[in-house]
Design a binder for this molecule. Sequence first.
Ligand code: ZN
Length: 227
Amino acid sequence: MLCVLAHPDDVDFGAAGTVAGWVDAGLEVAYLLVTRGDAGGFDDTPREQMPIMREAEQRAAAAAVGVKQVEFLDGYRDGLLTPSIELRRDITAAIRRFRPDRVLTNSPLRRWDRIAGPSHPDHLAAGEATTCAVYPDARNPFTFTDLELEPWTVREIWYSGGPDPDHVVDITDAFPQKVAALRAHVSQTSHIPDFSDMIRARMAATAQAAGLPEGRLAEAFSVFSTA
Ligand SMILES: [Zn+2]
């Protein structure tokens, strides 16, 4: 499994409970972060400190759900992401190295009912570039030949944060791990009052919308075969 997300914290808000379940089931999961979230934060931390701090936070959050491999791309600025050929090439390189069956990424589709948050343009750009890397780039032996890596076909793609999700994962058991992962993003979450309750309410609403029994918590995705 390879999770490719625009910012530190994206994977944790959208999918940390699901990832914890995958790790628990013995699946190998790696994170690839496109930016270090240098435009994030809510206090007067010196801006040059932010990417360093957020990289450390993402590594701690990964540890909270048992993910050991965390990589960051260089050269991409938070807030300025586009689905460029360079980004497609960098994600293709990661796919060819990790050789995942499944890729999880930000949705490339905008949610008109939630422009703020899920539909951040960096999310759309990371989702689009990752989709292009899954198909056709990574599997095409005549694309990015200079990488000198064998082509690889990803079999399934999971989108987080998009409109009309069609797949829910019950994360009730992994909820404490999800909260721990989110709390590791101190610069992003420590200012939010009743944080755990807020996340619980969100996950409960997702579970309820999917028809899960009362008291269950869930994360939602759009899942497609890419084989
Ligand atoms: Zn984000």
